[in-house]
Write a protein that binds this ligand. Structure first.
Ligand SMILES: Cc1ncc(COP(=O)(O)O)c(C=O)c1O
Length: 392
């Protein structure tokens, strides 16, 4: 694992940078600006907002939102971040900023199901086309590139199967073909992986995961170093389509950033312990987690990540649906619920509810269980898994 050499810098960004207490009567906590408009002495002052970034109207910008965007951009080693009302709105923003009718998108098969569906929706309804591939082999990516490929959509590590792909290698291929790259970095948070360093063009987070961290915020963010993409993320998508993040959500996300590093590390500690416990259990067929020596891409994990998160995939040693459901329903500390990255541990079967004909190659993994480790402590989580495994 590479040393987390940015830790000291990141901690200062999380705790102090961009907070500017001198602007707010010495408050170390930037206020939530609940206003939807700003007013001016002269019309000319607000007519120049697109050039000078003056706050005019809440959909285009808000001082609380601005603090959040500046902190996330700095954490990701990016120039610009733009926040949206959800992670899905952030993906939609990235597609609309880089593609138009006639273009081709490559998307990782194991990306979050709604991300795959969103890409398919653009292909079906807006005159684009899409290819779904594992992206685990650079030759596969090269061979799938077309003259009109404009975007490669990645999620690495992918949130259920923990597939890790070569960010630098894929970015180089995409750029050679004139395409942009996008990664969903929600699993890692900016603490464990900074994809812009490997040449990726757009880094997305669902704020409801580690960044929000308290099961009380829905939001999304895209970070980029590319000025043209930034312009389009702001103008085409936030100004014209809408989908801006609420002021209160931005304030809650800033509050959550203070503890991001500690929360991610606690979740990592639990994730590693749970993965190790399950990996040696006779009723478990396979565990997917980047901390396990059996993970096939240790080379990339060591290069790209500075640690492991607390989300893992597990296949029980059975093909019986009712047995897997009994296991999930017997858990008491892990609650049944969507998302991850919060204080509370959660269990879900992310492919179970999807229409069978939408799963393709993933159909064989329909019974996979996803465990998100929160802050109840590894001992409590392992004891809970133990009693649930005894029931099957
Ligand atoms: C990996 C991943 N990416 C993106 C999203 C979408 O984010 P949001 O729910 O904020 O729209 C989710 C949602 O669960 C997710 O799991």
């Amino acid at each position: 694992m590479p040393e987390y050499k940015d830790r000291n810098r990141d901690l200062l960004i999380l705790q102090h940078e961009f907070d500017e207490p001198h602007k707010y009567l010495g408050s170390p906590v930037p206020p939530v600006f609940m206003n939807s408009i700003h007013v001016f002495d002269k019309l000319e002052q607000f007519e120049s907002w697109q050039e000078d970034g003056t706050f005019v109207y809440g959909r285009n910008g808000n001082p609380t939102v601005d603090v959040l965007e500046r902190k996330i951009a700095a954490l990701e080693h990016g120039k610009h971040s733009v926040v949206y009302s959800s992670g899905m709105a952030a993906l939609t923003a990235a597609i609309m900023s880089t593609c138009r009718a006639g273009d081709h998108i490559i998307c990782m098969t194991e990306a979050y199901s709604s991300i795959r569906e969103d890409v398919e929706m653009f292909a079906d309804r807006f005159g684009m086309s899409a290819s779904f591939i594992t992206c685990s082999d650079l030759q596969e990516v090269e061979d799938t590139m077309q003259e009109n490929t404009k975007l490669v959509v990645l999620e690495s590590p992918a949130s259920t199967f923990l597939r890790v792909v070569d960010l630098e290698g894929i970015a180089k291929i995409a750029h050679r073909h004139g395409a942009k790259t996008y990664i969903d970095n929600s699993w890692s948070s900016p603490i464990l992986q900074k994809p812009l360093d490997f040449g990726i063009d757009m880094v997305m987070h669902s704020l409801s995961k580690y960044i929000g961290g308290h099961s009380d915020v829905i939001g999304g963010v895209v970070t980029t170093n590319d000025d043209k993409i930034h312009h389009d993320l702001l103008h085409i998508v936030r100004d014209l389509v809408g989908g801006c993040l609420g002021h209160m959500e931005a304030w809650l996300a800033i509050r959550s950033l203070r503890t991001l590093e500690m929360r991610v590390r606690e979740s990592e500690r639990a994730g590693i312990a749970v993965a190790k416990y399950l990996d040696s259990h006779p009723k478990v067929r396979k565990v997917y987690h980047t901390s396990l020596p059996t993970h096939p891409r240790q080379d990339l994990i060591k290069k790209q990540q500075t640690g492991h998160a607390g989300l893992l995939g597990v296949t029980l040693d059975t093909d019986d649906e009712q047995t897997v459901l009994r296991f999930c329903n017997s858990l008491q500390v892990f609650r049944r619920g969507a998302a991850w990255g919060s204080f509370s541990s959660l269990v879900q079967m992310p492919l179970h509810h999807l229409p069978i004909d939408s799963l393709g190659d993933l159909l064989k993994d329909r019974l996979i269980v996803r465990l998100a480790c929160g802050f109840e402590g590894a001992d409590n989580l392992i004891a809970d898994l133990e009693q649930a495994l005894e029931k099957i």
